[in-house]
Design a protein around this ligand. Structure first.
Ligand SMILES: [Zn+2]
Length: 341
């Protein structure tokens, strides 16, 4: 199979690897679409030293089963599938206690194990999830983000009618806001870029706020002076972290959410004064089936976040451009690759 790998010197290399159906519970997948996001690029660029080189990038992909090591009740040749980017280590304290969700040594595609920038993959049956016909592939490609959003909602314990502040109107910020609406919370989505807030508004997010000198007053007005008891700071948001603490009410919960960990500085004195609880959510392990159900139930509308499909032959050029843009701190779009050609 063809793979695109990044070496520690940042060079992309096209290599050939063989993976075999060696376990009774393995399946061979033809990868059909791979999505490379800014988070993938940050990781492979060495941010936070979170990556193990050489690395095949790509945390998010979908595919089609072409072979199974043994017959399965719900998977067949030809089944379209979403793929989990995570596998619990099976060795740490939590794994051995049967609590894989709390594994502290996950194998993560595109970070410390091979990602999906390759034409085929051999996976465990437990790591692939059939894609219902009613779910669009362009939505399913975001499964990892949807599962992450569900983890955030779960960890914050969002209640009906409760305001939730989301700082960062990225695709993930929008997915999270839409799912908060689905679970009957009231998201207030905040960003310093009006252009990012626009598609969010079109996706049905009613309260969007642009950062200005009076943002705290705006939040106060929206919440009847109570400020916000559940706040999410989306990783890679351009908005200073201070804001997450400023718009929080006393004793609020603040979650940092995303797959990558850019270096951030936060005024902890403010968090201490308000007695905030700060948590971090970096994966959606265990939520994949629920994530697919929410897509089947049309809980998330991603039609305002179109991705143009690029060709395999342009992978090297596109990745190099993205890595250069990242280094130069320029904005760039996610890359959706047609792995069929
Ligand atoms: Zn573990």
């Amino acid at each position: 199979m063809n793979c695109w790998q990044i070496n520690s010197n940042g060079k992309i290399e096209k290599i050939n690897k063989t993976e075999l159906l060696d376990d009774v519970d393995s399946v061979k997948i033809k990868i059909t679409r791979t999505l490379i996001t800014e988070e993938d690029i940050a990781l492979i660029s060495g941010e936070g030293k979170a990556v193990s080189y050489p690395i095949i990038p790509g945390r998010m992909a979908i595919g089609q089963i072409i072979d199974l090591a043994s017959p399965s009740e719900y998977l067949n040749k030809g089944t379209k599938v979403c793929i989990s980017a995570l596998r619990a280590c099976g060795k740490c304290y939590h794994c051995l206690e049967g609590n894989e969700k709390k594994c502290f040594d996950f194998k993560i595609a595109g970070q410390n194990s091979d990602g999906f920038l390759k034409d085929f993959a051999v996976l465990k049956t437990a790591d692939v999830f059939p894609l219902p016909q009613s779910v669009k592939e362009t939505d399913a490609i975001y499964l990892e983000y949807i599962a992450l959003a569900l983890s955030v909602i779960d960890k914050l314990g969002i209640e009906k009618g409760q305001h939730v502040g989301i700082i960062g109107a990225s695709v993930f910020g929008s997915i999270l806001s839409q799912l908060i609406i689905y679970y009957q919370g009231v998201p207030i989505l905040i960003d310093d870029d009006e252009e990012k807030l626009l598609p969010a508004k079109k996706s049905g997010i009613y309260y969007t706020l642009k950062v200005s000198h009076k943002i705290e007053e705006d939040v106060s007005a929206l919440t009847g002076g109570r400020m916000i008891s559940k706040v999410v700071y989306v990783s890679r948001s351009n908005v200073p972290v201070d804001l997450a603490f400023k718009i929080s009410s006393a004793f609020a919960k603040v979650a940092f959410a995303g797959f990558s960990y850019p270096p951030i500085k936060a005024p902890m004195n403010l968090a201490i004064r308000k007695q905030l609880s700060c948590i971090a959510v970096t994966n959606g392990f265990g939520n994949y089936e629920t994530a697919i159900n929410t897509l089947a139930n049309k809980a998330v509308d991603l039609s305002h976040y179109p991705l143009s499909l690029t060709k395999m032959e342009d992978i090297e050029t596109n990745l190099n451009n993205m890595m250069t843009a990242f280094k130069e701190k320029r904005k760039f779009d996610s890359l959706l690759i047609n792995m069929l050609g």
